[in-house]
Design a protein around this ligand. Sequence first.
Ligand code: HEC
Ligand code: HEC
Length: 365
Amino acid sequence: MDDPLQRQACQTDLVNRLSTSQLAIAACLALATIACAPSDTPKSVDSATQNARIALGKRLFFDARLSATGEVSCASCHNPRLAFSDARAASQGVHGKAGTRNAPSLLQTATERNFFWDGREQRLEAAVLQPFTNPVEMGLADGALMQRVRAQPDYRADLQAAYPERGDAIGEAELGAALAAYLRSLPRDRSDYDRHAAGDRDALSAEQLAGLEVFRGKAQCASCHLSTGAPATFTDDGFHHLGVNDAAIAGRVAQLLQELPPPGPTLGRTVLSRADIAGLGRFAVTRKPADLAAFRTPSLRNVAATAPYMHDGSVATLEAAVDQEIYYRSLKHGRPISLTVAERRQLLAFLQALTDRDYVASAQP
Ligand code: HEC
Ligand code: HEC
């Protein structure tokens, strides 16, 4: 609870409840302050140390020496100019090995609750470490990451500044925390849509404004890609399936279940190297039939910069992705959503307004 308003509300609530007892108001306030102290933030560090962690995270993110071949960094697949995605259908890691999934933008990680298309990880600090050892990503052996970082003399001062108390006790967990701090520190919510939401009447063109209406109204996109909230995330953090290809997987589910590792890094390795298991979607994590071939609703922020689309990158253009969404989401509703040519154009114009042009224009954030 690091939102001051929330904390204040919590304190007022506690004081209201306690004041019926004989406790003095002063004691109540003291108690409320303790009870309402931020609990989910790690022990607070001073801003210089926090900045050093972000700088360390950034350095790790762009460092190809931390891969088996010395050629692949996080940024190879999460390019800032593409809103931290790559332009491939499925990403390519060390030795040119292709994975099974499309690299998502990382600009939303600060507000996301589940990571990866199947939501197999809830902690960003853990999610950021998995690519190092995934054979189709950076391909390091278990334990090799820390050795590599220590072997580079140029990291010594960065590690010391980021974790001044830890000395030699710095391990992968600290590197994960630094990478997560870097991703959370990336500026976001700077699109034309955000300027519109903040009251700038000229931020969106007439066509984009009409597109926002279509998005929220007739096309019902906002029922999953939520456009409420300040700032809106354009996702419901949920998992949904299109209902196509279910039959193809259905016959094999029993067999695939036997080959399915439990959630954790091993699951990630299997998912990214086996297309059939990757196709199980959320089911690979929960094993609930309703989650078969269900995938996380991606945020549509920066969507115009992240082609190709969908969990497997199977849709090449934004136009085709929107058409597919209209078609299959209509099927799911049991009644067609039919947009006029103008409405479709407006919808596409609106999606362009979700791009943070500062990233797209810059070489590095
Ligand atoms: C070979 C390409 C590749 C490399 C290298 C790579 N990633 Fe990714 N990343 C992906 C793909 C593909 C996914 C989606 C995987 C999935 O959903 O199963 C992903 C997903 C993620 C996610 C989850 C995002 C979300 O919204 O769910 C995070 C966080 C992430 N990567 C961070 C990193 C970091 C940090 C590094 C470097 C240590 C890195 N990635 C290296 C391709 C790559
Ligand atoms: C029932 C929830 C739901 C509704 C309604 C919905 N979407 Fe989606 N959308 C999803 C999910 C889930 C995915 C990911 C599907 C996948 O990868 O298999 C997705 C993917 C997308 C993508 C690809 C994004 C990317 O990064 O790959 C676009 C673009 C998109 N939706 C636009 C729309 C538009 C436009 C509408 C309205 C016509 C809409 N969606 C309605 C849930 C929904």
